[in-house]
Design a protein around this ligand. Structure first.
Ligand code: ADP
Length: 449
């Protein structure tokens, strides 16, 4: 600390020189000869350059040591991987190290005494004198003291990308600049490659996202066709019934009105399906309302019966009276249930069994409401069981099944935080079960907070 104080006190007038001991890791002491010089910027001391030299033979004279310091300093400069270039305030190169020759392809002798601008491409080449002049006049720093990436110009005219740091040195009032330039062309090349790769990756991801959107759009179109099929088929059936009634001339006004209101209901349902799908496209969540699942089951069975020959197939309804109301999108859960009942009916139509039966039941525990649709058809082979929820998997004729029903149903139930599964333990045919969470009032309170 004392030495530094002395150096500071001496200021720019004199360079400091002293012999001081240092201790090595092993505890051994050496005398080092320290040569110190202050660096200035705008007449403010910015630091010191301190060189310590260990000589085996204790130095006898100051000049002897200074020579050694110079030699050591040159060795350091020459072994540096960076080009180290000193210029005067007039931009003329006063000193370069070996790496400068390697990086720029010039001999030191071709550079010393020449203006530093020979190592720059345009526009810096034509502007550099002006840069130095402006700095000397205004002290306004653009590059001094901060590292930055610049382009250098080699002897053969080619460009080299450099990371350049410039320090101003003020010795005895004489201002000069030292530039330390590292060749980062390779690092830059790697960075550019990385940029290209990242760009490619980005494009691939965009393409995939686009494909994904196409896929979703196609699934949605299929889903929409599937969901609209049922109300449209029902409307057509009711309309035919009306026509038959009118044609027969025995038109019973009450029956006609009933059938027309069925048409109305089905048209409303189709409208809701479209509204829900539109909400899905707009990323709005269709509104969840507290609903009584037993009422939903009864209404859906009524709907399903319009397409079922009740002479052939019976639908049993076993509902638990204690099932709580749950927050659902009514038409979506109805869609799921209708799909399951229709699948059960399809399975039974192909079956030779006499007492064809579909059982729809509801139950609940403390956390979930459970709905099951079971039939006594042929069931599902373990080979098919793994595929039935996959979109477009169907064992039905093309005009009867698209293979979307279970896939859509499962995604609707999972959107409701529930689970739709095939009960693989069921031995009398096929049973599909879905569970939906009961939101406790406590959770509602939390959600509202
Ligand atoms: P789709 O009914 O259009 O074929 P789904 O996704 O609803 O599409 O059903 C996929 C397949 O699952 C059906 O083709 C059928 O092989 C099988 N499946 C669904 N429900 C039953 C059932 N209750 N009994 C037997 N097989 C069924």
């Amino acid at each position: 600390e004392n030495i530094f104080r002395q150096i500071l006190a001496k200021g720019i007038q004199e360079s400091a020189f002293s012999v001081l001991p240092v201790q090595s890791k092993s505890g051994k002491q050496y005398n080092l000869t320290w040569y110190s010089e202050l660096t200035f910027s705008n007449d403010r001391t910015t630091g010191t350059i301190l060189t310590g030299v260990h000589t085996k033979e204790p130095s006898t004279t100051e000049s002897n040591t200074l020579l050694q310091v110079a030699a050591r300093g040159q060795a350091v400069l020459d072994n540096a991987a960076e080009a180290i270039i000193n210029i005067g305030a007039d931009g003329i190169i006063t000193d370069v190290n070996k790496a400068t020759e390697t990086i720029f392809g010039y001999q030191a002798s071709e550079l010393i005494g020449h203006n530093i601008r020979c190592l720059m491409p345009e526009p810096d080449r034509g502007q550099h004198d002006h840069y130095i002049k402006r700095y000397l006049e205004t002290g306004e720093k653009r590059i001094i003291g901060t590292g930055r990436e610049v382009t250098g110009r080699k002897k053969d005219g080619s460009a080299v990308i450099l990371e350049l740091h410039i320090t101003e040195i003020n010795v005895h009032g004489k201002r000069s600049f030292t530039g330390v330039a590292r060749d980062v062309s390779e690092r830059n090349f790697a960075r550019q490659q990385l940029k290209i790769k990242t760009e490619e990756l980005h494009q691939t991801r965009e393409r995939l996202a686009h494909m994904d959107r196409l896929h979703i759009a196609s699934e949605m179109a299929t889903g929409m066709a599937h969901e609209l099929n049922q109300p449209l088929a029902a409307i057509a059936m009711y309309a035919q019934a009306c026509r038959r009634l009118l044609e027969s001339g025995k038109s019973d006004t009450k029956l006609l009105l009933d059938t027309l209101s069925h048409i109305d209901n089905q048209a409303q349902r189709a409208g809701t399906v479209i509204r829900n799908l539109r909400a899905m496209v707009n990323k709005q969540t269709p509104e969840h309302q507290p609903e009584d699942i037993n009422v939903l089951i009864k209404n859906t069975i009524e709907l399903a019966l319009t397409g079922i020959d009740t002479q052939q197939v019976t639908i049993d309804c076993r509902l638990s009276a204690t099932v709580p109301r749950i927050d659902i999108v009514y038409t979506q859960i109805q869609q799921v249930l209708l799909n399951l009942i229709n699948n059960a009916h399809d399975a039974l139509s192909d079956s030779p069994i006499l007492d064809k039966r579909i059982v729809v039941s509801s139950s609940s525990d403390t956390t979930h409401v459970k709905v099951s649709v079971a039939d006594n058809g042929d069931g599902i082979t373990s080979k098919h069981a793994a595929d039935i929820f996959t979109p477009f998997f169907s064992t039905k004729d093309a005009d009867k099944g698209m293979g979307m029903g279970l896939a859509i149903s499962r995604s609707i139930i999972s959107d409701h935080q529930g689970v739709l599964e095939l009960n693989t333990q069921y031995k009398f045919g096929a049973e599909f079960v879905f569970t939906l969470p009961i939101k406790s009032s406590l959770e509602d309170q939390h959600a509202g907070q």
